[in-house]
Unconditional design. Sequence first.
Length: 100
Amino acid sequence: MNIDLNSINPNRSEGPKRNDGSKSVSSSKTTSVSDSSKNTAATDNVSLSDSAKNLASIEAALKSLPEVNQSRVDEVKARIDRGEYKPDSANLAQKMLALE
């Protein structure tokens, strides 16, 4: 998908750009700046919605969590060592089949 902003498309080769079929637009623009406005530059502002801010904070919180719940792993290892861990094979098989 190509997006052509202001008749400038980075995917097209250099040369005149067509706008309305027969009109051609040059790819370079010349602007004159007065001495008083040289210090002020045009800036673009971006603001995030509350939903985007919320998602960013959730993502940051998730990145801070460990990938493995080590306390749960240690608990299961201890149960296996004591011989108390008896997985239900029928239940495990049903859950594996449900993944597809």
